[in-house]
Design a protein around this ligand. Structure first.
Ligand SMILES: Nc1ncnc2c1ncn2[C@@H]1O[C@H](COP(=O)(O)OP(=O)(O)OP(=O)(O)O)[C@@H](O)[C@H]1O
Length: 308
């Protein structure tokens, strides 16, 4: 088993005049949970289809599980890969168990594995109910169940938590962590940046068919050097004093309420500001907010690129 199950080099993909992917270089290491985020039309689904061997690249190389993919050889890897598409389509007249049997046959996994998997995704009690009567979240769980068939070493999830409630999302990531601890590599896209920011090991920001940035969230934060926000609570009597300390500082922005100040500060000035605050009278609490993945995303051009 390779230690770098996904190796993408200089990949482009054109649909007529549309340059969906314009020179992608990406490597995902074994056991990683790797996030791909990007605006609508950035090229995420196209990249997924290339990595699944469903579409050929216009140029460049896509190697998945040590197999060079050319868009015609999905079968070469399908038994080693689990895939949840953005819109999981299923057969409403079948029961959940029958649907999973169908996918098990396609993947050449014994049908006897299906009942346990349905139990694992929380559908044990409705396994024999027709899918027609499933809620959106239950359908999504069924989609996830077919991903788990055959213990795949590589898992692709396109917007996987669509329709899941908070408990469902929590359970879903628990199962992913378990798969990851057994060596599975996971590639995940989501538009809910707050949901994946603490969960992925590394991520790539796609923008107009290019990788605008890739790395851990803290690496991306460092490279772009976004300001941090400090929330400072104080005794209202000490507000005027604090105001007079903050006002002359030219490398911060701040707003004040009766007992709270919100201060935006560059990473270079962060420590000295914290020291300064700690010395002030009447400070009750200081809380730091590092830039979120959403801040980072927009910092790397996510907002501008949305109009592409
Ligand atoms: N089969 C196709 N024929 C023509 N153009 C296509 C085709 N598939 C994708 N595209 C174009 O390629 C670009 C990338 O599309 P893609 O679906 O990969 O983006 P995405 O990041 O998945 O978007 P979303 O977040 O909206 O799902 C878009 O401009 C899209 O219109």
């Amino acid at each position: 088993m390779t230690n770098v199950p996904i190796q993408i080099s200089k990949v482009t993909k054109r649909f007529g005049d549309v340059h969906a992917l314009a020179g992608i270089d990406l490597q995902v290491a074994r056991g990683e949970m790797f996030g791909i985020i990007g605006h609508n039309g950035a090229g995420k689904s196209t990249l997924f289809k290339l990595m699944l061997g469903l579409l050929p690249a216009t140029s460049g190389t896509v190697r998945v599980c040590d197999t060079a993919l050319d868009g015609n050889n999905f079968r070469a890897i399908r038994e080693r890969v689990g895939y949840l598409p953005e819109h999981f389509v299923t057969y409403d007249n079948l029961t959940g168990l029958e649907v999973l049997h169908f996918f098990a046959d396609l993947k050449r996994v014994p049908r006897s594995a299906c009942a346990d998997i349905l139990e694992r995704v929380g559908l044990g009690k409705v396994a024999k109910r027709r899918v027609r009567g499933y809620s959106k979240g239950m359908r999504q769980r069924l989609g996830f169940a077919q991903v788990l068939l055959g213990n795949p070493e590589l898992i692709f999830l396109d917007e996987p938590t669509n329709g899941l409630d908070a408990e469902g999302i929590h359970e879903f990531y628990e199962i992913l962590r378990e798969m990851q601890s057994q060596g599975a590599t996971i590639v995940i896209t989501s538009h809910i940046l707050a949901e994946i920011q603490e969960r992925v090991d590394r991520l790539a920001i796609l923008s107009a068919g290019r990788v605008a940035a890739q790395g851990t969230l803290s690496e991306l934060r460092e490279r772009i050097d976004l300001p941090s926000t400090i929330e400072c609570s104080f005794d209202p009597d000490c507000g005027p004093g604090l105001q007079s300390v903050l006002a002359p500082l030219d490398d911060i922005r701040f707003s004040m309420e009766r007992d709270k100040a919100l201060i935006t500060v560059s990473s270079a000035s962060k420590l000295s500001l914290l020291q300064l605050l700690a010395m002030q009278k009447g400070i009750v609490d200081i809380a730091m907010r590092e830039p979120s993945l959403e801040d980072v995303f927009f910092g790397y051009g996510g907002q501008d690129a949305r109009s592409v």
